[in-house]
Ligand binder design. Structure first.
Ligand SMILES: Cc1ncc(C[n+]2csc(CCOP(=O)(O)OP(=O)(O)O)c2C)c(N)n1
Length: 372
């Protein structure tokens, strides 16, 4: 393990000397297909936002190998506390694109019933993906708390806490690492070093020689990995998850990658990311790197790549059609899932607001009828 040298596995010619991902051909294709699906979902969401269909999205382009390589090392019954740049994680573990799309639209089938911003997914099936937290760093502590609970209960589940380079400047990061180190909590920390925290470049984020080294002070081993090389990410996570599962404690993994887009759809990166840097990273596209490796090892053919690309495009298109056609959550839902019995003053507020909405023409027929 090194906190300064970069672990990489796939060479420029697509070979991965001495590396065995421990995956069948079908699993390797699933890994690759999830990267394609993630890219297609990401692009669709940006287009939907640009055309006014949804309010917001967070570009995930460039981070696919980091997120999916990490996901691939966990079991389905592990718990995930992801970043908003982890679209690939739920998709890898079988969350349906349409369920992700329901969240983007905030419609009646969104698991949060439209109460969260787009991209703030939460799922209880088929994996435990705890709602993405808007306040930076807060979920890192939650992941450690959950991991400690599993340890105390004698369950062998491992938690993932995923965050950006900027997340390491949060108080949450430091308390989380401290407690995880002391308790030997079964958690793996993923620092997505994607170059920027909104417009703040890494060199203004930290004076440390790396993000991986930040674990040292807390007794948490760190490793720095090429985040665009999915095999390198998988290798580091496989080892870290194994360590955590057998009771040897947490690991901090820094994945060096690049955010190939804006921070969000409300951001213009051309204002602060030098074009040369963007162009250099474009040559290291994580999907192309895996594609080269799988062509070289004959897991994929050009024809298969073409058919997979078409397949994912269709899947995403169909999902957005379904989500767009799903009605918004009923207005009454503003008041559900909070109180077992609605207090009178809240009930009165609700009635007044539904009445107002009806008079203003904002509500559908039937909206606002109590009991809820
Ligand atoms: C506590 C807190 N401070 C500030 C913000 C505003 N904010 C949202 S995202 C972000 C940048 C986070 O950067 P990083 O952790 O590197 O993740 P990245 O977006 O690069 O994936 C900031 C400052 C916030 N959401 N929460």
């Amino acid at each position: 393990m090194s906190t300064s040298e970069l672990l990489s596995v796939i060479e420029a010619d697509g070979t991965a000397p001495g590396y065995d991902p421990g995956l069948s051909k079908a699993e390797l294709i699933h890994l690759y297909r999830t990267m394609l699906l993630t890219r297609a979902f990401d692009e669709a969401c940006i287009n939907l936002q640009r055309s006014g269909q949804i309010g917001f999205s967070i570009p995930n382009r460039g981070i696919e190998a980091t997120s999916i390589g990490a996901a691939s090392a966990f079991r389905k019954d592990d718990w995930f506390f992801p970043s908003y740049r982890d679209f690939g994680l739920p998709l890898y573990h079988g969350v349906e694109v349409v369920d992700m799309m329901h969240n983007m639209y905030g419609n009646a089938l969104d698991t949060s019933k439209g109460r969260q911003m787009p991209v703030h997914f939460s799922f209880s099936e088929p994996i435990k993906l705890v709602s993405i937290s808007s306040p930076i760093g807060t979920h890192i502590i939650q992941a450690v708390g959950a991991a400690y609970a599993f340890q105390q209960r004698g369950e062998d589940k491992v938690c993932l806490a995923s965050f950006g380079d900027g997340g390491t400047s949060s108080l949450g990061f430091h308390s989380a690492l401290n407690f995880a180190g002391v308790w030997k909590a079964p958690v793996v920390f993923l620092c997505q070093n994607n170059g920027y925290a909104i417009s703040c470049p890494s060199e203004q984020q930290t004076a440390s020689e790396s993000y991986a080294i930040k674990g040292e002070a807390y007794g948490v081993p760190g490793i720095k990995v090429d985040g665009n090389d999915v095999f390198a990410v998988r290798q580091a996570f496989t080892e870290a998850v194994e360590r955590a599962r057998k009771g040897d404690g947490p690991t901090l993994i820094e994945c060096v990658t690049f955010r190939m887009g804006g921070h969000s759809t409300a951001d213009d990166p051309t204002k602060y990311v030098p074009a040369e840097i963007m162009a250099a990273w474009a040559k290291r596209d994580p999907i192309e790197i895996l594609e080269r490796a799988l062509l070289k090892s004959k897991v994929l053919t050009k024809k298969k790549i073409e058919s997979l690309r078409k397949e994912v495009a269709k899947e995403v298109q169909a999902a957005s059609k379904v989500a767009a056609g799903t009605p918004p959550p009923a207005l009454e839902q503003v008041f559900t899932d909070v109180y077992e019995e609605l207090p009178d003053h809240i009930r009165r507020q609700g009635e007044r607001s539904f009445d107002l909405a009806k008079r203003k023409g904002d509500a559908n027929a039937g909206d606002g009828e109590f009991p809820l």
